[in-house]
Design a protein around this ligand. Sequence first.
Ligand SMILES: C[S@@+](CC[C@H](N)C(=O)[O-])C[C@H]1O[C@@H](n2cnc3c(N)ncnc32)[C@H](O)[C@@H]1O
Length: 395
Amino acid sequence: MEKSFQLIVTTAFGLEALAARELRRLGYEELTVFNGGVTFWGDVLAVARCNLWLRTADRVLICVGRFSARTFDELFEKTKALPWENWIPKDGEFPVTGKSVRSQLFSVSDCQAIVKKAIVERLKQKYPVNWFQETGSFYRVQVALLKNEATLTIDTSGNGLHKRGYRQLTAAAPLKETLAAAMIEISRWKPDRALIDPFCGSGTIPIEAALIGRNIAPGIQREFAAEKWPSFPIQIWEQAREEAFDAIFRNQPLGIWGFDLDSEALSLARYHAKKVGFGLDKDLHFQQQDVRDLRSRYQYGYLIGNPPYGERLMDKRSAEALYQSFASVWERIPTWSLYFICAHPEFEKFMGRKADKRRKLYNGRILCQYYQFFGPKPPQLKGPFASSEVGSLPI
Ligand SMILES: C[S@@+](CC[C@H](N)C(=O)[O-])C[C@H]1O[C@@H](n2cnc3c(N)ncnc32)[C@H](O)[C@@H]1O
């Protein structure tokens, strides 16, 4: 196996720059950002670190090769020429998935079959067997064709990185963890500020904020496909996990609240916070409350929420009436900044304010805008978020 190889971090559309920012923080500088991901060169430790730490990315892939392919022969020969034996051992299980966009080779199932056959032929030359049992570790190969350019990858993540391990039960219309983390990253919230999600549902935004605030690697509790690969020494994963445990800010105070009307959703949120571990269930506050009653004794906080869109959870009229209440909520917490992800095309009209900034984000397949309403710039706050309190309200 080569010491350094090309890696591809995939993301949902719109989150590429955030994943690149995270990669730079991890120390990877030479990055190429493209639609749906970021590429860079890394080693086995980079694979372990990226899987453990990336909050906004979907997967970490090894790029085995990239070439132009307009015919099945070309796809077969060029795939066969790649060093698959560097990654896939004699007993490795290697299913092939595929996708094709604006390419001459548009039959995805044929491309998958050809890539599978080419890898088998290559491995037969390297291992003295005629038949591969595929009973060993798992190597999900993907052939992705874009404008006649084939990219061949192996997935190191296994389950998508949004599966942190804490969400065990499903709520109505939950946010993907990667998107919740992206919303917090975009807001540039820091743990010395109060944060409220007034529609917390199963708790995704408060939990992701707590993970960020305490500098807990989101993948610290889960496993990754490449952990079982013989080419990845176990010490690499031990080192990356040890670094992650050492990096936790265990004493960082957190001022994070999740509110919702629905008491069942709140039970889920509490259950998920407990599942994360690290005592987060004691530091996150989940309470039943209507957003229309929201107040806070803290200043310069962040309200980050995912209100109903009037599609799945609530009828359109009720959702619009709810948005109309947000302006008066803001009047009660005038120093706060407000962030809403919403698919309703007239959200700003109903709220009665133009957002200072908007950003296109996808919530699954639903095209949304991330509306950002900035409060005034705070004076230099000293100490934990609590130092910015005013008044005598409990929250
Ligand atoms: C789209 S879901 C939020 C999902 C959440 N982000 C998650 O990841 O599970 C919207 C939530 O708003 C809540 N909700 C609806 N009307 C509300 C109101 N007036 N005040 C507070 N919460 C409300 C619903 O109960 C629902 O849980």
